[in-house]
Design a protein around this ligand. Structure first.
Ligand code: NVA
Length: 379
């Protein structure tokens, strides 16, 4: 497929205007990922540290089975259609050949990952879409899948700022070698997480876009495996009109990507994973502004699906369509029930068989346009 074939939703709908300030304003235009050619990447430092010792993914790599790719694509296509029917314009990335090695002057890795999930790569802040540095070698070139869309937005929207954070070198100096042993065990990892000792070092700025949540003037960024302190400082300098807050969740021994841990639902309401509680000190920002932080309902599943990197807490990886409407994975009955009781219209979406490709409903999307202007929620 080339850029001219990129499916773009129905042509007559929403004209291109990139703008999104929050996770909850009414969604008008979104990117939904694809499972095409999805690969389990070969071992590399940051990725190995994320895979739990008892995971079925240990030691496996290569192209994912075709039937799982087809099934995931059917679900992602279904989700895209559902969004279109609700009036949201949906664009899709253009996959590259992920079996290709990535070789730079600094590292070599024999294959790549995929174009799922877009939320990890693209950070939309207002009129800008920023390509994250990324912190896995296998995801170094993933931005290429989105370039046809970025070029199109740039042509069609004179106010769109397309930015890319400095590509990191990702030498061995970016990773703590002590994290690589598969005999570390969860207790030690929890101790390290509490001490903010993560697999990535402070060699250079690193961040994945999915570690960032947008609350208007405020950006909340998880410091963990995929985003280091320098990455957070880079974001602070890059967005001088925003306040950037670093957060940690010491209960998470594998802290990557904030959106199965802390999920803003609407102004004043956040779901927090009860096993990864935001520390009291960091809650103050929200509490003194009258925001409620509620424990998310338990996941409906005891284990993730096969060959999946993510935890069962993808249950709370929901996509807010507007402050009264939220998409929840259809098997996540407890999460759906909780959101129903909190006053939302819950839209069930089948996606579990696509989780293995990189996440849930929030992960597999990236905002292009949400209505609403920049607001200060924490004055
Ligand atoms: N840290 C996450 C990633 C979810 C997007 C997890 O719970 O697996």
């Amino acid at each position: 497929m080339d850029a001219s074939e990129t499916p773009t939703g129905t042509a007559a709908e929403t004209p291109t205007r990139v703008e999104s300030w929050t996770e909850w304003d009414p969604l008008r235009h979104v990117i939904v990922g694809r499972a095409d050619d999805g690969h389990i990447p070969p071992p590399e430092p940051a990725l190995d540290a994320k895979v739990p010792e008892d995971s079925d993914m240990r030691g496996q790599w290569g192209r994912r089975p075709q039937e799982t790719i087809d099934r995931a694509n059917a679900l992602l296509d279904g989700f895209a259609d559902l969004l279109r029917k609700r009036g949201v314009r949906v664009d899709r990335p253009v996959p590259v050949d992920f079996s290709q090695a990535v070789t730079t002057p600094d590292f070599h890795t024999p294959s790549q990952f995929g174009c799922m999930p877009p939320r990890d790569v693209l950070l939309t802040v207002g009129r800008e879409i920023l390509e994250a540095t990324m912190s896995y070698r296998c995801r170094w070139f993933e931005y290429l899948c989105y370039r046809p869309l970025m070029q199109r937005y740039w042509e069609e929207d004179p106010g769109f700022r397309h930015e890319a954070a400095p590509k990191p070198r990702l030498t061995d100096a970016d990773y703590h070698p002590d994290y690589l042993s598969d005999t570390i065990g969860e207790a030690k990892r929890l101790e390290w997480a509490a001490a903010r000792h993560f697999v990535t070092t402070e060699e250079e700025p690193l961040f994945d876009a999915a570690d960032v949540l947008r609350f208007g003037r405020d950006l909340v960024v998880q410091h963990g495996f995929t985003t280091n302190r320098k990455g957070i400082e880079w974001l602070r300098r890059h967005f001088p009109d925003h306040r950037v807050h670093a957060v940690n969740f010491p209960g998470d021994p594998y802290p990557i990507h904030i959106d199965a841990t802390f999920s803003p639902m609407r102004p004043g309401l956040i779901l927090n994973n009860p096993q990864r509680r935001l520390p009291d000190e960091q809650r103050k920002l929200f509490e003194r502004n009258g925001w409620e932080i509620v424990d998310a309902a338990p996941p409906a599943h005891q284990t993730p699906p096969p060959l999946c990197y993510s935890s069962v807490w993808l249950s709370m990886n929901v996509l807010v369509l507007d402050p009264k409407t939220v998409c929840v994975e259809e098997s996540e009955v407890y999460q759906a029930d909780q959101l129903d009781r909190l006053g939302f219209e819950v839209v069930p979406v089948a996606l579990r068989d696509a989780y293995a490709f990189g996440g849930g409903l929030h992960c597999c999307t990236a905002d292009v346009r949400r209505e609403g202007e920049l607001q200060d929620y924490f004055p």
